[in-house]
Design a protein around this ligand. Structure first.
Ligand SMILES: C[S@@+](CC[C@H](N)C(=O)[O-])C[C@H]1O[C@@H](n2cnc3c(N)ncnc32)[C@H](O)[C@@H]1O
Length: 270
């Protein structure tokens, strides 16, 4: 099966869309920092809607199987409208079938062409989606368009240029990271979130780093194709020593992989 991580931009066209859905469901167990990131994004977005009498709408943009959309619904009043939007019909179908809240609905939509009117959304939340979107600036323009003045945008994205396998030497990791990043539309977007906010009419209110750490080699390979990319690189280099180093670490339970991620909270200019 094709496990290329860039295929999150075309889940429906893959030979097994359920593979990608299952990976999303398992991801917090593979990379536990994801739970802290989700908590942080919730802590940032909830105060923007809490206790308001007026009609409010939250958009979970690139919602995948809807786990985070449901988590928002668990935290806010049930008179708040919550929308999950994703490019993949398979993700939207799964999320709709598992929805447990009357105020949540899901739409198939591209972040670069959102089917919502100008100034109609109060809060947008995005997690690990923008790095799969080619021409990502257009998504920020759409966030700016659909948010109300003063509306809130919370995002977490990785910078895969610094994916790192321990115990490899830095020079090998730099080349490995470049090979891993190559097929991903915007692997570095996490590092540039403040610039995107600034260029699209947002004030940056919060900016926090996170480090995803993954220890299960099996889960990493299943999830990201990360070891396969590395095996290919070692083959190309005709350098089996680096591969043995990683395999020995896996056998000795000392292997781990890290990816830096960044969270931002922005506010659209009034
Ligand atoms: C890595 S998953 C993350 C899903 C979800 N945010 C989560 O944390 O569980 C990336 C998601 O982005 C969606 N996606 C990719 N390109 C998109 C686009 N242009 N517009 C909307 N969604 C997109 C994929 O279908 C996939 O569900």
């Amino acid at each position: 099966m094709d496990k290329n991580p860039s295929n999150y931009s075309a889940v429906d066209n893959s030979d097994n869309p359920s593979h990608w859905i299952e990976l999303m469901l398992d991801f917090p167990a593979i990379a536990p920092e994801v739970n802290r990131i989700r908590q942080q994004l919730l802590d940032w977005l909830v105060p923007a809607v809490d206790g308001s009498d007026s009609h409010m709408t939250i958009l979970d943009a690139g919602c995948g199987p809807g786990v985070t959309t449901q988590a928002i619904a668990d935290r806010v009043d049930d008179n708040i409208e919550i929308i999950g939007a994703d490019l993949s019909q398979s993700m939207v179908d799964y999320a709709s079938a598992h929805s447990t809240h009357h105020n949540v609905r899901y739409h198939k939509a591209c972040l670069k062409d959102l089917p919502y009117s100008d100034g109609s959304i109060d809060v947008i939340r995005v997690e690990r989606c923008l790095h799969h979107v080619p021409g990502v600036s257009q998504a920020f323009k759409e966030f700016q368009r659909v948010l109300k003045p003063g509306g809130r945008l919370v995002i977490n994205e990785p910078d895969v240029r610094y994916i790192c396998m321990h115990p490899l030497q830095p020079a090998v990791n730099v080349r490995y990271a470049a090979a891993y990043d190559a097929p991903i539309a915007n692997g570095a977007v996490g590092a540039y979130l403040p610039e995107y906010l600034n260029a699209n009419g947002f004030d940056l209110l919060e900016h926090q780093p996170h480090l995803l750490m993954m220890k299960s080699a099996h889960a990493i390979d299943r999830c990201f194709n990360a070891l396969e990319v590395f095996r290919d690189l070692c083959k190309k280099d005709q350098n089996p020593a680096n591969l043995s180093k990683v395999e020995d670490a896996i056998d000795g339970n000392s292997f781990y992989l890290t990816i830096p991620c960044y969270s931002v909270m922005g506010e659209k200019h009034a």
